[in-house]
Design a protein around this ligand. Structure first.
Ligand SMILES: O=C(CO)[C@H](O)[C@H](O)COP(=O)(O)O
Length: 354
């Protein structure tokens, strides 16, 4: 075992770290009087003045214009708007590189430590998605090749995990065949210290399976660990929480969510690519299961993630969300000083790392 590993104990949970950046601008609001046609003025008719007789202070088009040239940062995405010379409103969303190149070795070390400590021969293992999970999958493949691991079955959370496993030579099985797993690991977009409540799914791409399966597999594991870099280990969760919704009546659902978190969160429909707006631009993302994704971007820290999750789940049309609560036993956190293993306040502790 590597020397950087720590004994798992509650006292190993460190002090809060600096929270994520606050967004600088408000997004347009979803309100009851924002009919589909009024929203069409945002993504369709690009004239600069709202022509609706019913235009109100919270008219989405007006607020969109107010945001012209401003930038906001919601979780992992950078959102910027500008007017093109032809007067066309452009909104672009980009995802900055989130793993500092210098932390890659530590992240790889974290991935290896997780595999070394938790994965044993004969286990069914849930395989997560993201850079760290890919590293862990590759390391499992190496261990299978050199014989230090045997008879492992990997249950992939997404097709990306499956591809990594196939490349690494990790035998695959379906979740249907293995509904109960010995262990699972995954990346996350943010993990809260102490509770190890997490946010996943900020990086969804068009056509990819949604977080539905990812969450189900994480929950089905006897033990589950997130592998993350230090910047994702936060005192309080905030930024974007992905929410999967049915396509039917999606605008009503978006309005309801917007009303629910009025003043605390902005609601955007996720685009698949290209120009985006609060409506998801011309090409809203549709998951492989046929759902839209709303990014509910919390501009203030989430005081009670359980309450947020319950409120979202109570809304008809909401399929699931990116909050993963009471699931992880530990987080392997990669930092410039090495790898720290943090355990959940809510899960029974291991006594040692071997
Ligand atoms: O849903 C997720 C993890 O399952 C995350 O959105 C994402 O995949 C994290 O990837 P990375 O760690 O490479 O940024």
């Amino acid at each position: 075992m590597a020397s950087a590993q720590q004994t798992l104990s509650f006292s190993s949970i460190g002090p809060p770290v600096t929270p994520l950046l606050l967004p600088q601008a408000r997004s347009p609001r979803f309100r009851a009087d924002n009919s589909v046609s009024s929203y069409a003025s945002v993504s369709g008719n690009r004239s600069r003045t709202c022509q609706r007789s019913s235009c109100k202070p919270h008219c989405p088009f007006s607020s969109f214009l107010r945001r012209e040239g401003e930038e906001s940062r919601g979780g992992t995405r950078r959102i910027s708007t500008s007017l093109s010379p032809s007067g066309k409103l452009r909104t672009t969303i980009s995802t900055p590189l989130r793993v500092q190149a210098s932390l890659k070795p530590q992240l790889e070390e974290a991935a290896k430590q997780v595999v070394d400590y938790f994965v044993r021969s004969g286990m069914a293992v849930g395989l997560g998605t993201g850079l760290a999970s890919s590293m862990a999958i590759r390391y499992m493949g190496e261990k299978l090749k050199d014989g230090s691991l045997r008879e492992i079955v990997g249950v992939p959370m997404t097709s990306m995990s499956a591809v990594e496993a196939a490349k690494a030579g990790v035998p695959l099985a379906t979740f249907q065949d293995y509904p109960q797993l010995d262990f699972a690991f995954d990346d996350a977009d943010a993990v809260q210290e102490g509770t190890l409540f997490a946010i996943v799914g900020r990086k969804g791409v068009a056509g990819r399976e949604s977080i539905l399966k990812e969450k189900a597999i994480a929950k089905a594991a006897k033990q589950m660990v997130f592998i993350i870099e230090e910047s994702k280990f936060v005192g309080q969760l905030k930024g974007a929480v992905p929410v999967l919704i049915e396509q039917e009546d999606w605008l009503d659902v978006a309005e309801e969510i917007d009303d629910l978190f009025l003043g605390d969160a902005e609601v955007w429909r996720r685009p698949s690519h290209g120009e985006a707006g609060p409506m998801g631009g011309d090409f809203p993302l549709v998951t492989a299961e046929g759902h839209f994704v709303l990014d509910v971007i919390f501009t203030t820290p989430i005081a009670n993630a359980v309450e947020v999750a319950q409120s979202l789940e109570a809304i008809s049309g909401v399929v699931t969300h990116g909050l993963v609560l009471d699931t992880a036993y530990a987080a392997a956190v990669a930092s410039s000083t090495g790898v720290k293993i943090r355990t959940s306040l809510f899960k029974s502790a291991f006594t040692s790392m071997e």
